[in-house]
Structure formats: C-alpha cells, structure tokens
Design a protein. Sequence first.
Lengths: 332, 261
Amino acid sequence: MSTSSRSETAADTSRRPASGRGDSPTFWGRLSNAGPYRAVTDYVFGSTRRQFVLLAAFPIFWILFAHLGPILQMIRVSFLDSYPPSVGHTPHFTLDNWRTFFTEVIFLRPFFRTLVFSVVLTFATLVLVYPVAYFLSRHVKRDNQMLLLLLLLIPFWVGEIVRTYAIMILLGNTGAVNLILKALGLIEQPIAFMYTNFSLSFGIVYLTSLYMLMPLYSALEKIPQSFSEAAADLGAGPWTRFRRVILPLSLEGISSGCTLVFLISTGLYATPILLGGPSTTLFSETIAGFFHVAGDEWPTGAAFSTIMLLTALVLSGTFMKLMGALQKGGRK
Amino acid sequence: MTRNTRILMSIIYWAFVVYLFVPLVLMVLMGFKDSKFIGFPIKSWTLDWYIGVFRDTEVISVFVYSTTIAVASTAISLTVGTWISVLLAGRSFFGRTVIFGLTVLPAVIPGIISAISFRIFARLLGIETGMFAIIWAHAVHNVPFVALVVMARLATLPASHTEAAMDLGADRFVSFFRITLPYLKPALIGAGVFCMLLSFDDFVRSFFLGGYEPTLPVLIFSKLRSGMSPEINAIATVVLIMTAVLGIWAERSMRRMGKGT
C-alpha cells in the first residue's frame, strides 16, 4: 500500500514540468500506446541481456572506433615506409622511422627540452598556485569562495591563441613591461624578453595555471578546519600543521594538477611558435614539421608522436603511482 | 593561522588576479590605438579597429563557421557522453574499467599528438580536411568532459525516481526521457557550454584538420604570423568578451539550478 502511494507522489512531481494538461493524452502517453512502439519495446525489454546489448553496443563501438582508432592507426603508420599510400606502391613494414629518432641528435634535443621544460614549469606552476588555492579554500567565507573562483575562471575561458597574443603585447620590445622599466629609468634599451626561454615559460605558466588551481582547490576544500585546529591544540605550530596535516591531505590534488599541467604543456603547439624562438624549439614543432610537407614524412611524424605519447603517459603514470604510494604511506 | 599570514595570502591571491588580467586588459586597450604599430605608449585613441571587425565580411563568415562547428560538435559530444554515462553509471559488467579508461583517453592525450592522430585517421577514412573533420575531432575530444560531469550527476539521482515511473507503467525508454534527462539538465547545460568554449577556442585540432577556411583561432594565428596589428586586438577582444559572457552565464544558470533541486 505504502509503496503505491509513494510512487504516485513521485510520478506527480515528475509529470508536472513535462505535460501538465490533466487527462488529455501526452506525447509520451500516445507513444506508449502505439502498436509498433509496443511491439519493439516488448521485444527489447523482454530480456535483460538484449537490453544491455542494445544499450552498450553504440558506446563501445564509439569508444573503440573514435577514441582508440586514431591512436592505433598512428602507431600502425609509424611502422610503414610510406603514408599516405601513393599509386603503385604498397606500404611495407619498417623500423626506420623509430630508428631515426634514436640516431639523429637534432631530434633528441627538442625532445628532452620539451620534457625538462614541462617538468620544471609544472613544478613552478604548483609553487605559484598552491598559496592561491590554499587562500581560497581555507581563508575565504563559503559564499565569497565561488565569486573569487569565478573571477579566476574568466581568463581561463579565453582560448590559447588570444592569451598567447596578450603575452606578446605584455613582453614585446615596445610592450608594457619595457615601457614601465624605461619610465622608471631602470633601462635605456628595451630588454628582449620575446622569443626566449623566458617568454615561452611565462606564457606556458600563464596558460596552464588554472588547470593546477582547480584540482588543488577541490582537494584543499575537503580538509575539515577541525583537523588543523586539533593539531594546534596538540601544540603544532603553523609550519608543522601545514607540513604534517594540510600538505599530506592535499597530495591527491597535487598529483592530478601536476599530471594535467604536464600533459597540457607537452602538447602545446601555437604557444611555442608564437612566444619561442629558434633556440627554444619544442618537440611539438618538430612533429608538426613532418606534416607540413606532403609525402613520405608522415610515418616519421607518427613514430615521433608515438614516442612522445608513450613517454608522457609513462612519466605521468609513474608520478601518479608514486604520489598514491606516498599518500598511503602517510596514512599509516 | 596568524593575522599576518592571512594578509600575505590575500596579497598573493590578488597578485594572481592581476597576473591573469593585466595581459588581457592591455590587449583590449591596444585595440583602441590610433596607429598600425603595436606598442606602448598609446598616444591617440580610436574606435576604428572595433568598428572594422563588425564590417569585415571575412571575420563575420569565419565567426559563423566557428560557431557552426562548436554547436554541431557539442550536440554530438552531449549525446555520446550521456549515452556512455548511462551505460557506466550504477552498473558493473566485464570490462567496465577498460571502457571507463578509454572514455577519458582523449582528454589526457597531449594536444599536438591528438591532432596528428586525428589527421592520420581522417586520411584512413577518406574524410577531407575541413568542417566535417573538425566537428568530428572536437566531438571526440569533448566526450570525456561530458561523460565525467554527467556521471557525477547521475550518481546523485535516487533510484526511487525511475522505479516509481516504472511502477506507473513507463518503460525504461520513457523513464529515461521523462525522469533521468530532466534531472540531468543542469549537468548537460554546464557540460554543453564547456564543450562549446573548448571547440570555439581550440587551435591545434582546427589547424591540422582545417581546409582552406580557417576557424577564428586559426584566423588570428595566421594574421599574427604576418605581423601584429590593432585589428587582431579588436578581433581577439570580441572573442574574449563572448567567451567570458557565455562562461559566466553557464556558471550562473548551473548554480541556480543546483540550488533548485
């Protein structure tokens, strides 16, 4: 008895927004009574197995085809001697594309530069953003938190190109920074910030800092205020409280923030072109170079992309494992 | 926490806000400069560059093109992402973890590699570079974000809601459209706007999969390569204002609905 009355009220509330017009048959009512519809649904919902297959078929197809397909095809092409296929030539299996990477030094340099850049900048972003996330989550009242967070999100919605351009205007020879330095009498000639490691690093940190903020904020926000109060009652000073309570509990946020920023910075393409110079070539520019010319360069580009992808995923996977172990170790 | 550290922390926060906003503000201001030459100081001001943007037929057609791509790819991402979430939420079956891992895969692949792999795959399928290829790449790239947001929302839907509908004679199909989907509305709006912004702002995929017609970021990029000009500032500012307004609107409407339920 009680079950039926409960379901009635639930159905009433759910019906209101969609139909609302008393007894006249709704679209859904007419559909449910239609003969062909009944025939199909009776068949489909007749067995749980059939139901599951119908629900799962499309998503599984999509994931295998659209998510995994491009990566697998890229790996396959990296082992071919020519692609796209040309008339009168069947592609052969070869290891040459992979060998190129390990034998030619001009490619190794941008590769390692990209890795070092990404690791260093990820760490720099963490150090820069942690106090901001800490302040927002622990020193601001709940109602204001959302407002202050929204303020930081506005620049985040603006795309990569527009923000990179903004950095170019800030750091250019006739840019704002040089103007201020000159006005203060600190310099005579403008400092060439642009097209250097500095401008590139500045731009990448500018682009990625919000991806670090969000995971850090949500991890820090979950730590109850009472934890550090308890530590204080037990005689821990501010630094000890941070090091022994807050920092270990925010490891999860640090781990996902760093992984996210690392993966994004290894994949940036427009920013190194616009903010970097000849001495700061990153691996993404090297990879792209193989695709600007049509013909036999695609397989080499595919091999290089695969190497970059594997390295990035293995590095970030290892990092996340280590952080996970650290978290577990701390909890004992 | 002592008073001094609190003050120091708030100074750090506001310095961070300044750091994020100053470059953008400078960029907006530079669009008002009455000279072709980019650089400070700005001695005389003009509205001509901004007026020019709205008169430039090329910019307007590129804008329409970008918007079409954003809307189409978002529609696909929302449909597929929701479907995957319904499959994965509250159900355990063989291979579920693998399916979940592959669902989020496009989100963790570095941008340039994702673009290259789509380019090679498009060649395999015989898809010409251009609008269709970009829509497909953006749709695939954005599915993980939809799936994650929708799954989080689905986890909070009480089972009794759909059970009640079924007790009253609705089948699974009807109960999905009349109970589950309305419940997911705030999540779908939020994820949808996020997808639109990602697609609208995307450079690397649009660049490698684009044909002769550029999207807005690709247009700004190619103009930048031939030299900086206040005209680019004006275009970029229009993009900036639109994305910010859309983002704030989505954030507000999501919060209002979150409170309502």
